[in-house]
Design a protein around this ligand. Structure first.
Ligand code: SAM
Ligand code: ZN
Length: 475
């Protein structure tokens, strides 16, 4: 398992792709993400353009970026490519572009998650079916655990009825684990009143405690090899040993409704844990207009929702990451549950809000410096660069079969430069998997920018066709 290369309680302002790329592998126990998913078709524009980075924001159109990302995905993850492409055919370009943005980030989230880790992707029916297909491809369909339906608002009559369709009042939260060994704590919810009325029919007059009667003759009294013996005048193969039955009688846990009737076990309602949490959540209320926790962030989620997720899928001391943290409900909840945490958001407003929020909810604890606010990309400490990166040139030349990894043209060895696929300034490392050979033209064009940029430019310049657009041909 990896060690995180960042401090507990870190809040980044920046694009989560860059920051995730700089994080050590397998160092996070639980990821909750609530990406933009709801707006009709423009969500990808700000995300995409910022993802490209301020330096070349203007030079890029969204489709350029997509071509480069699709190139990366096609080369290394063909199944993922097919999923995104089909979504594009079924739903349109905007969905394809949104899924590209998500896929490239989900791949990094998969990498930073520990073997025992879990991920919860909060979305709604606009894209949940496509996102599930992405997750099936990245995490494996056998690592799908549940789709939680969260009733996020009460019934509304906002004109949808006029549109002849059912009111849309739920979100979907897709829960996947990285392997078949994941952290799990069963969360219980109270029994509903119908269930209590039906099964806990008796009330103890002295205490008012509700209870139900349980059978003491089965299962398995005889099968366990318990001999027949007499309890309160009735002879049976009892479930427990004679000594244990005597103890239960002393404790007042065995009652007989009338002399001669079969004794039964008294099970109190207040001793039962409740119902294990199911996958439909209607008891976590949306944040009311005047709720104390409301901070004015448009897509703020209730703390109770996050507490439930964090309690189920992590232990105290575990590290929780929210890469689209908004006003950081996940971080605040993680803090109150004794977990370590980190959050990332594009907007610097998020960091400001969190500071205010943590001070409000946690008081003095959050004195200056308690939370680390960062904008720089972390530098990975879990991969060693055994040799100076330039020494890899011959190996790379062989791997690339003498072709430039940008324009794909063949050149003699001396014409190549060794380049970082993800620049060091953006969290890239000297590890051979992050190195490539570029011809002088490609190297100049790329400069100190990620490979996506180069590919998009080459396609634009007509030096590379869409179908050949690729970023990293080898692992
Ligand atoms: C739906 S909100 C999250 C709300 C959050 N769960 C809460 O309770 O406050 C989505 C957030 O993702 C952020 N975001 C969008 N694209 C991003 C990116 N590429 N990197 C980091 N944050 C991003 C937006 O600024 C927005 O705050
Ligand atoms: Zn080239």
């Amino acid at each position: 398992m990896g060690e995180p290369n960042f401090a507990d309680k870190t809040l980044w302002t920046g694009d989560n792709l860059d920051i995730l790329r700089g994080m050590n592998s397998e160092c996070v126990d639980l990821i909750y993400l609530d990406p933009p998913f709801n707006s009709n078709r423009t969500y990808e524009a700000p995300v995409g353009s910022r993802a490209a980075g301020a330096a070349f924001k203007d030079a890029w159109t969204l489709s350029d970026l997509d071509v480069a990302w699709m190139g990366l995905i096609a080369d290394e993850h063909p199944a993922l490519y097919s999923v995104i492409e089909s979504a594009g055919l079924a739903h349109g370009k905007s969905m394809q572009s949104y899924l590209c943005m998500m896929a490239i980030r989900l791949l990094e989230m998969y990498r930073v998650l520990k073997e025992t880790g879990s991920i919860y992707l909060h979305c709604d029916p606009t894209a949940s079916h496509y996102l599930k297909a992405l997750l099936d491809t990245i995490f494996g369909s056998d690592c799908f655990r549940s789709e939680i339906i969260w009733k996020r608002s009460s019934a509304h009559s906002d004109g949808r009825q006029g549109r002849k369709q059912h009111g849309r009042i739920h979100d979907s939260i897709l829960f996947y684990t990285k392997s078949d060994r994941w952290t799990w704590n069963t969360v219980y919810t109270p029994y509903d009143s119908d269930y209590v009325e039906r099964f806990y029919r008796h009330t103890e007059p002295e205490t008012g405690r509700r209870y139900r009667l349980g059978d003491l003759t089965g299962p398995g009294g005889a099968a366990k090899g318990n001999p027949e013996y007499e309890v309160l005048g009735v002879t049976r193969h009892w479930r427990y040993s004679e000594e244990r039955m005597a103890e239960l009688i002393d404790m007042g846990r065995i009652i007989q409704s009338r002399p001669g009737s079969v004794p039964a076990y008294k099970r109190y309602l207040d001793e039962m844990p409740g119902v294990p949490l199911q996958d439909i959540w209607i008891d976590v209320r949306p944040i009311a207009a005047h709720a104390k926790e409301r901070i004015g962030f448009p897509t703020q989620k209730p703390v109770a929702l996050l507490e439930r997720i964090i309690t189920s899928s992590s232990d105290p001391g575990d590290l929780i990451l929210d890469p689209f943290c908004g006003c950081a409900t996940a971080c605040v909840s993680a803090e109150s549950l004794g977990r370590r945490w980190a959050g990332i958001d594009l907007s610097s407003k998020a960091a400001d809000l969190v500071n205010i929020r943590l001070q409000e909810t946690m008081g003095d604890l959050f004195h200056h410096g308690y939370v680390t606010a960062r904008t720089d990309i972390p530098k990975r400490t879990d991969i060693e660069a055994p040799v100076h990166y330039r020494k890899n040139a011959h190996v790379l030349f062989g791997q690339q079969e003498g072709r430039c990894n940008g324009c794909r043209t063949e050149f003699p060895f001396r014409m190549f430069d060794v380049d970082h696929v993800i620049p060091v300034s953006r969290g890239g490392t000297d590890h051979p998997s992050n190195l490539q050979l570029l011809c002088a033209h490609c190297n100049r064009t790329k400069g100190n920018r990620p490979q996506e940029y180069l590919i998009a430019r080459l396609v634009e310049q007509g030096l590379l066709s869409h179908t050949h657009a690729s970023i990293q041909p080898f692992a």
